[in-house]
Design a protein around this ligand. Structure first.
Ligand code: GMT
Length: 374
């Protein structure tokens, strides 16, 4: 098949999933064309059967903001024509489901270019429900030829918020590449992230308010009061400065390391004892799955799609959003009990195998085949 993929190229779950999907599809023999305003952050080097098409929107003094979405629709249409794409698969509804619909209309006299939209989270739970985007989000979802969502929770939330008459939202969970995310080999030396006697806690995100990074710091502070421990913060975003200020205020600078955006997150996760994800909302929680795949138990919020990823009491613990004391209590108990910790490590790695790319990517191929059969 010839597949066009559009996603946000920046650091974030939807771009990561879209890129890994494209790479996996190319490995499986499909021709993949990424169409975006920059090369997706996980797309590195030259890959057979993968082409990147950059969307360049001109600046003009009349525009306060360049109408980038229009340039994207033009590029999607142009690439679909030139490369004879079978379908466009867009990741995140806003504005990509809309630009894909426009590209489809522009093609309408020649053939029916199919559009598959994958909903990732805040496009439904936050941005899409804002009055300034609501009707166009609903319209674009309803006009997609197929719609997928990354969790059962997100599917239900889509029906609840948008109704989406006539849509059959198919749940296809996020997945991991087992070549990148795997448990540390037996007896491997720990990565030198921290002094040898320290427990290592890790958080990975784009540091947006929805991640509640301040809670990560507070949970760590509670753990640090009773155990020697180091917190490793991976990623970057709007809340990073305030998180660093909170670390300084609590006198924790010695034990908290901010790594910024890291290429090989798996390497860091393999050195970790516990992963923290106390988000306000999380349609899936790909970062938690990546941690589990590296045999790291998770302490997270009981919210959104996280209960579909983290099995309570088996691969980690869930607590209400903002329940910092409970998260501290759970974390300390787990880190102090070597037997339970080892059992949870094994269970986490095993559970993550159900989300391996070879289990999940064929589900997308089935969606493509069914839409092309219509
Ligand atoms: O978490 C973010 O802020 C990034 C966002 C995105 O769209 O890039 O992530 C969403 O999609 C991920 C991949 O499907 C999910 O794992 C995240 O849970 C989801 N984030 C939220 O729902 C807040």
């Amino acid at each position: 098949m010839r597949i066009g993929i559009t996603c946000y190229p920046t650091y974030g779950g939807s771009g990561a999933v879209a890129t890994e999907l494209g790479l996996e599809l190319a490995r499986r023999g499909h021709d993949v064309h990424f169409i975006a305003y920059a090369s997706p952050f996980r797309l590195r080097g030259v890959v057979e059967r993968v082409t990147f098409h950059e969307v360049a929107a001109i600046d003009y003094p009349l525009f306060e903001q360049s109408p980038h979405a229009l340039a994207l629709a033009v590029k999607q249409h142009e690439v679909a024509q030139r490369e004879r794409l079978d379908l466009l698969h867009v990741h995140y509804a806003i504005p990509f489901a809309t630009t894909a619909w426009l590209a489809k209309q522009m093609m309408a006299n020649e053939r029916d270019l199919k559009v598959v939209t994958t909903l990732h989270g805040t496009d439904i739970t936050l941005v899409g429900q804002d009055p300034s985007y609501f009707t166009i989000t609903k319209f674009s979802i309803e006009r997609s030829d197929r719609v997928t969502a990354v969790s059962q929770y997100l599917r239900e939330e889509t029906y609840r918020a948008f109704g989406c008459a006539g849509c059959d939202v198919v749940v296809i969970p996020n997945f991991i590449s087992t070549a990148d995310y795997y448990p540390p080999p037996e007896g491997a030396r720990r990565h030198r992230l921290a002094p040898a006697d320290h427990k290592i806690l890790v958080h990975v995100s784009n540091f947006r308010p929805v991640k509640r990074v301040a809670d990560v710091i507070r949970v760590f502070a509670g753990v640090r009061r009773v155990l020697p421990a180091t917190l490793v913060m991976v990623g970057d975003g709007p809340e990073r400065d305030s998180a660093q200020a909170e670390v300084d205020r609590l006198g924790l600078a010695q034990d908290v390391r901010f790594f910024g955006k890291v290429e090989d997150v798996g390497e860091i996760l393999r050195g970790a004892d516990l992963f923290l994800l106390p988000s306000q909302s999380e349609s899936f929680g790909l970062a938690a799955l990546e941690a589990m795949a590296c045999a790291v138990p998770v302490v997270a919020s009981r919210v959104g799609g996280l209960p579909e990823v983290v099995t309570e009491g088996e691969t980690g613990y869930l607590a209400a959003v903002g329940a910092v004391d409970e998260m501290i209590e759970r974390s300390v108990a787990l880190l102090r009990d070597a037997t339970v910790h080892a059992r949870m490590r094994r269970a986490a790695a095993q559970r993550a195998r159900a989300f391996a790319s070879d289990q999940v990517v064929p589900q997308y191929e089935q969606v493509y085949e069914s839409v092309l059969r219509d």
